[in-house]
Design a protein around this ligand. Structure first.
Ligand code: NAI
Length: 388
């Protein structure tokens, strides 16, 4: 299979590396020569570092890079079997590019988008053959992150779904199937990790260091929410939140926090600008966590139950299967456990009780318990069969 990749930014170059690494001829297209050069140089450097560490050979690097043909012309996609688009996250631009690609590719070529937040159906609708369009959502950095969300639009044919999924499975990725809904699985289910932590901060219940400590030390996450937001970039994380909030018709569950907006406006974007929730300047002092166990547990209970509620609601709305929701969060964003398995471990009753306490405290729709959790609590159900 010959693979086209449109856009040689952080995602496109990673996807090209994967495809070439699995022996495909790759056509990598970008209309910005500087961006292409930066990415190819970056990839070459990473590969040479792996050679120095003895993990791969120079021949392997030569062959892999030799399989990536660089171009600025989409006409070069003419004999590709699939093109994966990873350009700017803008619907109008993506639609126009899909139309142009359709003029040059073969009738059977699959057109995939790596969009993280746009509707795949609307991108497909721009095409004459919308049944050939599908979402394949990789995570950053693509060569390292195991998860790929596969998102068929309502127009996508069963054959295109099967072929794309088989191809990405053959790249040793963990693929999960997600409905074409805002944020798909990961970017929807993960919202409370940031949003509820920000609420706890804004209410003055705990500071960033304490919340990060609770979520890492007590809940077992690799990074606390504020460290992670600083890592992702507060501008990027804010935009994803705002996009999901808007796409859900302003459901208060996804409401962005002013704290994050102000940080973003101030240019406190996180690591990349040297300052975010934390100060990354050399010699800077940052606040220390108040390691109060009871406070830590209160933070963990609130953030985790909101995550569980979101995961349960994604299942309730048939966004994905229970297995895929848990796989997505453990393989896509390295959660220590699947959220639905976590719910089973806590007991559904406890989840419902915590949600109802929050609802009673705040009287906000944000804290409504998923109907699925309520039903399961009534029936004494679990998400997964108990191990025997
Ligand atoms: P990026 O800004 O690093 O790269 C985009 C590349 O596309 C640039 O090199 C640009 O020159 C090129 N480009 C823009 N318009 C073009 C056109 N008309 N023709 C050819 N090349 C064009 O962006 P990034 O981060 O790689 O994201 C790409 C897509 O992947 C977006 O849809 C984004 O939402 C999605 N995504 C991003 C993730 C991330 O963590 N960065 C994770 C998962 C998905």
């Amino acid at each position: 299979m010959k693979v086209g990749v449109l856009g040689a930014g952080s995602m496109g170059i990673g996807i090209a590396q994967i495809a070439a690494g699995f022996g495909h001829e790759v056509i990598l297209c970008d209309n910005n020569a500087a961006s292409m050069e930066r990415s190819i140089q970056g990839l070459t450097k990473i590969l040479h570092r792996l050679v120095e560490k003895g993990r791969i050979t120079t021949e392997y690097v030569r062959d892999l890079l030799g399989r990536i043909q660089q171009t600025s012309l989409i006409n070069e996609f003419n004999d590709c079997d699939i093109v994966i688009e990873a350009i700017v996250e803008n619907l109008a631009v993506k639609k126009s590019v899909f139309q142009k690609m359709e003029d040059v590719v073969s009738d059977t070529c699959i057109l995939a988008t790596n969009t993280s937040s746009l509707s795949v159906a609307s991108i497909a609708a721009a095409c004459q053959k919308p049944e050939r369009v599908i979402g394949v959502h990789f995570f950053n950095p693509a060569p390292l992150m195991k998860l790929v969300e596969i998102i068929p639009a309502i127009q996508t044919s069963a054959e295109v779904l099967k072929k794309s999924r088989d191809l990405i499975d053959s790249w040793q990725k963990v693929t999960v199937l997600a409905k074409d809904t805002p944020g798909f699985i990961v970017n929807r289910v993960a919202r409370p990790f940031y949003g509820e932590s920000l609420r706890i901060l804004e209410e003055g219940i705990a500071d960033v260091a304490t919340i990060d400590w609770a979520m890492t030390e007590l809940a077992g996450f690799r990074m606390g929410p504020f460290t992670l937001m600083d890592y992702i970039g507060n501008d990027v994380n804010y935009i994803v939140t705002e996009t999901v909030f808007t796409a859900f018709y302003f459901d208060p569950r996804y409401k962005p926090a002013f704290t994050q907006k102000r940080l973003s406006e101030a240019g406190y974007l996180g690591r990349k600008t040297g300052r975010g929730y934390y100060n990354y300047a050399e010699g800077a002092t940052n606040p220390k966590a108040n390691q109060d166990q009871a406070l830590g547990q209160q933070i963990v209970d609130r953030v985790i139950v909101m995550l569980i509620n979101e995961a349960a609601d994604a299942l309730f709305w048939n966004v994905a299967s229970a297995e895929d929701i848990d796989l997505a969060m453990t393989k896509g964003v390295n959660y220590p456990k699947g959220l639905l398995a976590w719910a089973d471990e806590w007991g559904i009753d406890k989840c419902v009780k915590l949600m109802e306490e929050l609802r009673e405290t705040y009287h906000e729709d944000r804290y409504r318990c998923s109907p699925l959790l309520l039903r399961m609590a009534r029936q004494g159900d679990m998400f997964f069969e108990e191990d025997v």
